[in-house]
Design a protein around this ligand. Structure first.
Ligand SMILES: [Zn+2]
Length: 262
């Protein structure tokens, strides 16, 4: 599943490919997409200029010059492929956008769970999302205030987009390992020092994220990438103890019970 760093990279690729260009056509190519992009929406998009591409949490927002917005969710397996109008279409193409000067953007998605929606000018409302972790908005003090109101364990709290935007299951485990915090530690009891360490760890794991993992470099071995994620039964790279898998709120958490303290 693409997490924040992968979606950030995808948004950048889309921006580089289409910003400033005019939409010639927008076409859903799979039944799963037709209800999100009904005929009137597709017609409304034609002739509009793409002003800019923004990412908020894991949502890509394509701002059109008249104020309309294309909202894109990759969900489990979505991605962009860029070709020229007239080229052979890529596999698993679900939505196709063509620009007046011949750029073809395909949303490819093996599982067809992605969503592309067009919102009329002024109609889009961003869901309640916390600060972006890689910006100055994500302060240790603000993070601490938000965590102080949480009664549950820290790991599931990190997945709540209202706390901090775009931290998914993999990076939550990785950040807690970096910060030496046990995923079951009560969120509201973390000291100021540990909250600061966790904030820095979240930024570190997102900044150094191996986006090639998602972008098809086949020589990438998942085991070489992660410190804890998916490595239960293997030794901790910091202390050598055996890593554990813990089911939490329906998701798997991976951690070291020796050097990650409650
Ligand atoms: Zn350890």
């Amino acid at each position: 599943m693409p997490e924040l760093p992968e979606v950030e990279f995808a948004a950048k690729r889309l921006r580089d490919a289409v910003a400033g260009r005019v939409i010639a056509s927008l076409e859903p190519l799979h039944p799963s997409q037709q209800r999100y992009l009904p005929e009137p929406a597709r017609r409304a998009a034609e002739g509009l200029t793409i002003a800019r591409v923004e990412r908020r949490a894991k949502i890509q927002l394509v701002h059109l010059h008249n104020g309309a917005i294309l909202e894109v969710h990759f969900r489990m397996t979505g991605d962009w492929e860029f070709t020229r109008v007239g080229d052979a279409p890529p596999r698993h193409e679900r939505v196709r956008l063509e620009t007046a000067d011949g750029v073809r953007v395909s949303l490819v998605d093996g599982r067809a769970l992605s969503v592309v929606r067009l919102h009329a000018p002024g109609a889009f409302v961003l869901p309640a999302i916390g600060p972006e972790p890689l910006t100055d908005d994500f302060t240790a003090e603000g993070f601490r205030t938000a965590l102080a109101r949480r009664r549950g364990p820290i790991k599931p709290a990190l997945l709540d987009q209202k706390l901090v935007a775009g931290v998914g299951n993999i990076y939550a485990s990785e950040a807690l390992w970096e910060a030496r915090i046990n995923p079951a530690a009560p969120a509201h009891r973390l000291s100021r020092e540990r909250v600061t360490r966790l904030r820095d760890a979240i930024r570190l794991v997102l900044e150094t994220a191996p986006t090639e993992r998602y972008y098809g470099r086949e020589d990438v071995n998942e085991n070489d990438i992660w410190r804890v994620y998916g490595r239960d039964g293997e030794p901790c790279r910091r202390c050598g103890a055996t890593l554990t898998r813990l089911p939490q709120a329906g998701r798997s958490t991976f951690y070291c019970s020796r050097c990650q303290r409650r």
